[in-house]
Design a protein around this ligand. Structure first.
Ligand code: NIG
Ligand code: FE
Length: 424
């Protein structure tokens, strides 16, 4: 049989399968289902077969073949939490933090998220798209083939819809697939200071219905809230997410990044797809999470970027039987980093994951964390052909080595989009 693309002789083919159609949970995290001297056959957008090279060479002839000798072949990274769409930068605030200011002090003084809101409100859709495209190119070069992308730097109806437009344009014109998340409840905008409930009303009655009709299929989109002291309290978070659920959005929550406000408990109760950050989460909520279908998305780039000492209690989440994914949280305030490889390196050191566990958290579990576990995140027959060839012969080098890009080739929907570490 003829196929479009055949990769052969991978030193290690990591398929990183779903378990029971879901994420890899608890002590089963890190199942790589590794095949030595492995091969993958692809036609059109899809993976049609995989197995030992000798078997596939007998079965298939290929329009194009890649010999991956001495290199690891694995699923594309999925980045399930990003604020990749924004205008401008906050290098000045980074200098203030080096000098001793905290993230929350800068935010309460009118900087932080609001400073990016001011820049994003002023930018045109074209400017937003162009500035974001450069970051997506870097993500693709570093092996990310699908990413979640949040709004949340508009904070009024028109500017939030402008951000959704930018996400849609980028999804259509860039190789990376983007999954949209409405985050109108990212901060209380300056003009509503002291009137948090009035802003919550606007999100519930104005922005959410507008976003739902703007996104054709809200079932394929998420709504998220930054549940935190100085942002949205637990009651406001609940109001917004209950309305979002009625409108057909799937749910995410930024929880326990700094203060534990019981957002994890709320996420489990509302059936959120994920709760994200999960740093200061109390043990009873970790146990609840472990028994639920809600995935914990850890963002170790954020404490690293803020030079904080506390990270997600990943071992406790796994001991409770939970499903753990990792993401960049790419944003201009706390962690401007496009690379999931760097997140894996941090996860090995600060979450104490093995390289294999971190790889599964960055692929199949990350895909489930954005509701796409049925179509991406692993090398399985019938799934989308999103495949990486890494310039290392052993997967244990990923996470161990860091700071250089170990991606050699990226295949997205069956097309070679990065070759020899360069965009094609
Ligand atoms: O996930 N915590 C809220 N949102 C981002 C930070 C966004 C910003 O500072 O611009 C986060 O860390
Ligand atoms: Fe975030």
């Amino acid at each position: 049989m003829n196929v479009d693309l055949l990769i052969t002789h991978a030193s290690q083919l990591l398929t990183i399968p779903s378990h029971d159609r879901g994420p890899q949970r608890g002590d089963r995290l890190g199942d790589l289902d590794l095949i030595e001297d492995g091969a993958v056959a692809m036609s059109g957008n899809s993976i049609v077969d995989l197995g030992p090279t000798s078997d596939l060479l007998e079965k298939y002839t290929a329009a194009r073949a890649i010999d991956a000798r001495g290199r690891v072949v694995m699923p594309g990274f999925v980045d399930p939490h990003t604020h990749v769409v924004f205008a401008g930068d906050r290098a000045n605030e980074f200098e203030q933090r080096i000098a001793g200011a905290t993230y929350m002090q800068i935010m309460n003084a009118g900087g932080g998220i609001m400073s990016t809101v001011r820049a994003t409100r002023t930018a045109s859709v074209d400017q937003l798209v162009e500035q974001t495209r450069a970051r997506l190119d870097q993500m693709l070069l570093c092996g990310t083939t699908t990413a979640e992308a949040k709004t949340g730097y508009g904070l009024d109806t028109a500017a939030e819809l402008k951000m959704l437009d930018a996400i849609e344009q980028l999804d259509q014109t860039h190789a990376i697939d983007l999954v949209p998340t409405f985050l109108g409840a990212h901060a209380i905008p300056a003009e509503y200071k002291g009137r948090e409930d009035a802003y919550t009303d606007l999100v519930v009655n104005g922005m959410l219905p507008a976003a739902a009709s703007r996104i054709l299929h809200p079932a394929f989109a998420f709504c998220d809230v930054f549940c935190e002291d100085g942002a949205f309290n637990l009651d406001q978070t609940r109001r917004i997410l209950e309305r979002a659920k009625e409108l057909g959005f799937a749910l995410k929550i930024h929880v326990d990044e700094f203060e534990p406000l019981h957002g994890t408990r709320l996420g489990v109760e509302l059936g959120a797809t994920s709760v994200d950050h999960v740093v200061t989460t109390p043990q009873d909520e970790v146990s609840l999470l472990g028994r639920s279908h809600t995935i914990a998305v850890s963002l170790p780039g954020t404490p690293f970027g803020l030079a904080h000492k506390e990270y997600t209690p990943a071992k406790a989440i796994l001991a409770a039987g939970g499903a753990l994914a990792i993401a960049t949280d790419l944003n201009p305030g706390t962690t401007w980093n496009e690379s999931m490889q760097f997140i894996i390196a941090l996860a090995c050191r600060y979450l104490k994951l093995t390289q294999g566990q971190a790889l599964a958290a960055a692929t199949i579990n990350a895909a489930h964390a954005i509701g796409r576990g049925g179509s991406i995140g692993s090398i399985e027959i019938g799934k989308q052909a999103d495949v990486l060839i890494m310039s290392v012969s052993n997967y244990r080098e990923i996470g161990y080595r860091y700071g250089t890009n170990l991606v050699d080739t990226v295949i997205k929907r069956g097309q070679i989009v990065v070759q020899n570490g360069r965009l094609t």
